[in-house]
Design a protein around this ligand. Structure first.
Ligand code: AMP
Length: 113
């Protein structure tokens, strides 16, 4: 793990976060700068730079399962929500620890910007 990875620090409890759900290998918490009424980030506990580097299907499965479970827990599953994984520079990935954005509580436009 890189020493300066903010999401590793959240996973290890060194930086506080508003955690809403957890499973064996993933954690869901509220984004600091929400772009929708519900905006969660779902991360693997272990450090993975991006989706490109993700290898473990069990970790990826837990990540997606928790994304859906957290959306349900937050009350946006029925009306619908969007899951986004920004990967690399062109997609605007700003934190190099794999994360799923879970956005809900408002209508989402398509195509995305
Ligand atoms: P991305 O641009 O896809 O890499 O998304 C990174 C997200 O992490 C942004 O939406 C930030 O608002 C969010 N973020 C960065 N630091 C924190 C933090 N300490 N706690 C919660 N969210 C954070």
């Amino acid at each position: 793990m890189p020493n300066d990875c903010v999401f590793c620090k959240i996973a290890q409890g060194e930086i506080s976060a508003d955690i809403v759900a957890e499973n064996d290998s993933a954690i869901a918490f509220r984004d600091l700068d929400p772009q929708a009424p519900v905006h969660l980030l779902v991360i693997p506990r272990e450090h993975v730079n991006s989706l490109t580097d993700a290898r473990n299907p069990l970790v990826l499965g837990d990540l997606m399962r928790l994304s859906a479970d957290a959306a349900k827990r937050e009350g946006v599953a029925e009306d619908g929500y969007r899951t986004v994984i920004n990967t690399g520079r062109n997609a605007g990935q700003s934190v190099n620890h794999l994360h799923v954005h879970v956005l809900g509580g408002r209508h989402m436009a398509w195509p995305p910007g």
